[in-house]
Design a protein around this ligand. Structure first.
Ligand code: F0G
Length: 486
């Protein structure tokens, strides 16, 4: 269900860059490499620094932007919920991402998400009562956290007059782009997906919402490489998380977490790692909040890879790659990618949303790990599915990739890295109904189905399965089953 509330249609003709606006005076784009530090206007469209090729940030002149001096300012917006921009869980915080004028901001009601304490899941993770919080981003209009970033990237696209927007996707970015296009009719969605690599829940969204859907004979990493080339060549606006405006929207997930915790930072944020956009955005959010004096300490960040797509774990934890205040020697990453090519090793995990071997935001993520004293872990398919079953039993269903955060938290508690008394927030990035195949296969009594979907991936048991009971079409058998198990 999508509450449709869009800022006024753009009266300006396509492809006319905005040159004068209040926001261009306070916001600009800047290369993340301190050695380069080149800057560009917000009316320009780049997915990397034209001078050195590194990633770009959206940066602000905070002295001019004058953001609120306290968080209470944002709370007052709750009283104005008939105003779409005050209702939006992204634009409610727009003073902390002030890159576009209000009349260009697009919202479809994203960010009405929930932070809840879960003692059942907390017990599974090994934490004491009241310590585990789940941030349920599955409540977004398209069913995943992507809508936070899409609201921002889409607004930027609208601001510069784009008429076509593209992405490569494991399914959620594409569903999100497709729904923003369908609701607003401002742009045509063109999505690139790896062949056979997308769950039906997500594919069905893109098709239903009318996106031009291009299935590439390859995986996500291939689709990502192609969409960059094609969008560059055809001048199509790219909404993948190499787009720095996307990550501005994703900062607001952390603003809402803080808001739900009465503005007290938790001890840990635990997030699945795929293309590493979320983790990068979270790091940026905390760096900025600290610099603005809105928080006095930053939470620690734990990023969790699936073992079958573990580039960050390999580079950060095994090979010691670090940001080093922006002086990182990235040659270990290049060597690793060469190794992957030589061995023809492809990402492979049931958590298809994070089945990515070449995370495009690697550098920004390293910066976030440094700022947030971060750790990286990998978890097995078995751990992911058991954690997912526990999240479901706790009442907030999620897709496999999301459960990596809970599985990772459990590991870190077992290792003693996370203390049992620490306050932990796991991000549930996507809704359970995104990928029902994995769920049904886990709970099934059909051994062939289990073997085909999960056994083939090394999952040997379903310790938390809730199996359907088969009975004949007879009242006595049904009553007997309920008496026995009910
Ligand atoms: N969880 C879910 C449900 C996702 O869809 C994704 C990414 C991630 C976690 C990883 O987040 O990339 O910020 O590290 N999905 C992208 C997509 C790649 O195309 O939908 P990240």
């Amino acid at each position: 269900m999508t509450p449709a509330a869009v800022a006024a249609p753009d009266p300006s003709p396509p492809c006319i860059p905005m040159t004068t606006s209040l926001t261009t005076e306070v916001a600009f784009q800047r290369c993340i490499s301190p050695a380069c530090g080149s800057t560009y206007g917000v009316e320009e469209v780049h997915t990397s620094c034209p001078a050195c090729g590194n990633l770009l940030d959206v940066a602000y002149d905070w002295d001019r932007a004058r953001p609120p001096g306290s968080f209470e300012h944002f709370e007052t917006k709750w009283m104005r919920r008939s105003d779409p921009l005050a209702f939006s869980g992204v634009w409610r915080f727009r003073e902390l991402l002030p890159f576009a004028p209000p009349e260009k901001l697009v919202t479809i009601g994203e960010g009405q998400t929930l932070l809840s304490v879960s003692d059942p899941v907390g017990g599974f993770v090994g934490l004491r009562r009241g310590r585990l919080h789940l941030q349920y981003e599955g409540l977004n209009p398209s069913g995943s956290f992507k809508d936070n970033g899409m609201a921002a990237a889409f607004s930027h696209a609208h601001m510069i007059g784009a008429r076509r927007a593209a992405c490569a996707s494991t399914g959620n970015t594409s569903a999100s782009l497709a729904v923003y296009c369908a609701v607003t009719r401002l742009m045509r969605a063109i999505i690139f997906i790896g062949s056979g690599k997308i769950s039906y829940g997500k594919l069905s969204q893109a098709l239903d919402y009318g996106a031009l859907t291009i299935q590439i004979a390859g995986d996500f990493d291939d689709a990502m490489a192609r969409v960059k080339e094609v969008s560059g060549r055809l001048g199509i606006y790219l909404v993948n998380s190499v787009n720095p405006f996307r990550l501005e929207g994703q900062k607001t997930i952390m603003f809402r977490v803080l808001e739900s915790l009465a503005w007290q930072p938790p001890d840990w944020i635990v997030v699945p790692g795929g293309n590493l956009g979320n983790s990068s955005a979270f790091g940026k959010a905390f760096i900025e909040l600290k610099a603005l004096g809105l928080i006095d300490r930053v939470p620690r960040l734990a990023i969790i890879n699936a073992a079958g797509a573990d580039t960050l774990y390999e580079l950060y934890t095994r090979r010691g790659l670090r940001w080093e205040a922006g002086r990182a020697d990235l040659s270990p990453a290049c060597h690793y990618y060469d190794e992957l090519d030589r061995l023809a090793r492809r990402a492979d995990t049931i958590a298809s949303a994070i089945e990515i071997n070449r995370p495009v935001n690697l550098n920004k993520c390293l910066r976030a790990l440094e700022a947030c004293d971060g750790v990286v872990r990998e978890v097995s398919e078995q751990e992911i599915l058991d954690a997912k079953a526990q999240v479901g039993a706790g009442g907030l269903g999620c897709e496999p990739a999301s459960a990596a955060s809970v599985a990772g938290a459990k590991r870190l508690v077992a290792e003693g890295v996370i203390g049992r008394d620490e306050r932990v927030v796991c991000i549930l990035t996507g809704h359970q109904l995104k990928d029902p195949n994995a769920t049904v296969a886990y709970h099934t009594t059909d051994q062939d189905l289990f073997d085909e979907v999960l056994g083939s991936r090394g999952v040997s048991r379903a310790s938390f399965a809730n199996r359907a009971i088969s009975v004949g079409n007879r009242i006595d058998e049904i009553v007997q089953a309920i008496d026995l198990y009910g």
